[in-house]
Design a protein around this ligand. Structure first.
Ligand code: ATP
Length: 245
């Protein structure tokens, strides 16, 4: 695609004290694209998302520009990045378990409410249309949802804020294969909203199936990159990440 990247990470390195978790990592995400970063446990995938979001632990130190819509946002705190349309759905989902499904969704619009947007709840019905199961359970406490439903709620809550860049940390983690398919189908369908998605996954097969472009991260460095369909046919990717299943 010829479109300018909405997110451009160039030569990012992150260290935790003496441990270098990322070394010279460069990735681009363009509007409307789904881009995945695949790689094993401990490769640095979560570190990448946290660095892009400005949410590294205080022991973490990042160097190398992160550009969002062409501007270096390296100095911006998390809340400014959120205000500018970036949204991270963390691995742990971080829902409010005693609150209802609907109240969790309303909280997802908090940034827009604070910004004075009168129609800050305008995504509630579209989210319920996208996730009929959330609509059925709207008055149910989030803590009583199944794992797949919790992931749907985390996605729905993110969409309430109308993000331009959605970052998903292992959305398939801990979910049964059928549910993983459902979640990835939903993520794929989000493309039509124009949102750009950066997807971090250990489930390389599912991630590459819905992605436009992919990166392979190994021990903090990019090992391979390419169009998702060609990566999925790369012998090394097949052997290491796709197996024979
Ligand atoms: P996983 O899928 O297991 O979460 P990951 O690919 O997301 O793995 P990271 O969590 O980013 O990997 O971790 C990358 C490396 O940085 C690992 O070696 C990890 O031990 C180290 N690391 C992560 N967080 C910290 C921290 N707060 N302090 C010190 N080292 C850390």
């Amino acid at each position: 695609s010829a479109a300018e990247p909405i997110l451009s990470v160039s030569g990012l390195s992150v260290r935790y004290g003496k441990v270098e978790a990322l070394h010279n990592v460069s990735i681009d995400v363009r509007p409307g694209q789904i881009v995945s970063v695949i790689g094993p446990n401990g490769a640095g995938k979560s570190t990448l998302l946290n660095a892009v979001m400005g949410a590294l632990p205080t022991s973490g130190h990042a160097a190398g520009p992160v550009r969002y819509r062409g501007e270096d946002i390296g100095g911006l705190p998390v809340e400014k990045r959120v205000e500018q349309g970036m949204c991270l759905v963390p691995e742990k989902r971080e829902l409010f378990s005693t609150m209802t499904v609907e109240d969790n969704l309303v909280l997802g619009a908090y940034r827009r409410k604070r910004a004075g947007e009168r129609d800050f709840l305008d995504q509630l019905n579209p989210v319920f249309e996208r996730f009929p199961r959330l609509k059925e359970r709207r008055k149910q406490a989030a803590g009583t949802l199944s794992g797949g439903e919790r992931q749907m709620l985390a996605l729905g809550r993110a969409l309430m804020g109308k993000p331009d860049l959605l970052m998903l940390d292992e959305p398939s983690l801990g979910l049964a294969p059928l549910i993983v398919r459902e979640i990835f189908h939903i993520i794929s369908a989000l493309r039509s909203t124009g949102v750009a998605t950066l997807l971090i996954e250990q489930n390389a097969r599912a991630a590459l199936q819905i992605s436009d472009y992919g990166y392979v991260l190994e021990t903090g460095e990019l090992a391979l990159e390419g169009a998702a369909d060609s990566l999925a046919q790369n012998p090394r990717v097949i052997e290491t990440y796709l197996g024979l299943a």
